[in-house]
Design a binder for this molecule. Structure first.
Ligand code: 5GP
Length: 190
């Protein structure tokens, strides 16, 4: 099948950012199941693999040298340091999916979101918010995958990240999961 000319399609990067623990991964998965012609961007990261994560599905888990090689070689559409680890979006794959006419959902941090906006003016940026900071803390603790100092670091970072809210196109509060998915769907379809 030949590529559909980009201007004739609704293809665009759909960036979903928000603090750790807000439910980005879960909501992105639910969105991708329901949104036609969509694909999930799989990031590369130097962070250690967590239990249950699959290399090449959750992330591409790279050592620092491999990450640097990829960044200099095939290139990253954006990359950022988050919680002391490097994360990046492989550019060739993103561009190929967009050229096929797919909406690509990127679960990335606010630094990455700003870089995608600069490089892909058609990108749509959504910021997910927790119902409250107390609820965010409760969700982070419930995850039990992080140490106490990591939880504190993530909470502090969440407060900082929320200051970037006005740079985003939309804000969605994840109080009720089904309602949040509906909101994401209507934004993506609009
Ligand atoms: P986690 O380590 O909890 O999976 O993700 C930590 C943070 O890194 C999340 O806010 C996530 O959105 C962000 N992140 C994941 N992949 C990328 C990426 O490719 N680029 C950027 N800039 N941030 C990413």
């Amino acid at each position: 099948m030949s590529a559909i000319p980009r201007l004739l399609t609704a293809a665009f990067p759909f960036v979903v950012s928000g603090p750790s623990g807000v439910g980005k991964t879960e909501l992105c998965t639910a969105l991708l199941e329901r949104l036609d012609a969509s694909a999930r961007s799989i990031s590369a990261t130097t962070r250690p693999q967590r239990p249950g994560e699959v290399d090449g599905e959750s992330y591409f888990f790279y050592g620092s040298e491999q990450f640097a090689r990829e960044r200099e070689g095939t290139g990253m559409a954006e990359w950022a340091e988050v919680h002391g680890h490097l994360y990046g979006t492989p550019k060739a794959w993103l561009d190929a999916q967009l050229a096929r006419g797919l909406t690509v959902v990127l679960n990335i941090d606010v630094q990455g979101g700003m870089k995608i906006r600069a490089r892909y003016p058609e990108a749509v940026l959504v910021f997910l918010l927790p119902p409250s900071i107390e609820e965010l803390e409760r969700r982070l603790r419930g995850r039990q995958t992080d140490r106490e100092e990591d939880i504190q670091r993530r909470l502090n970072r969440a407060l900082n990240e929320m200051q970037m809210l006005d740079q985003y196109d939309y804000a969605v509060v994840n109080a009720d999961r089904a309602a949040a998915v509906e909101e994401l769907l209507s934004i993506a379809r609009a």
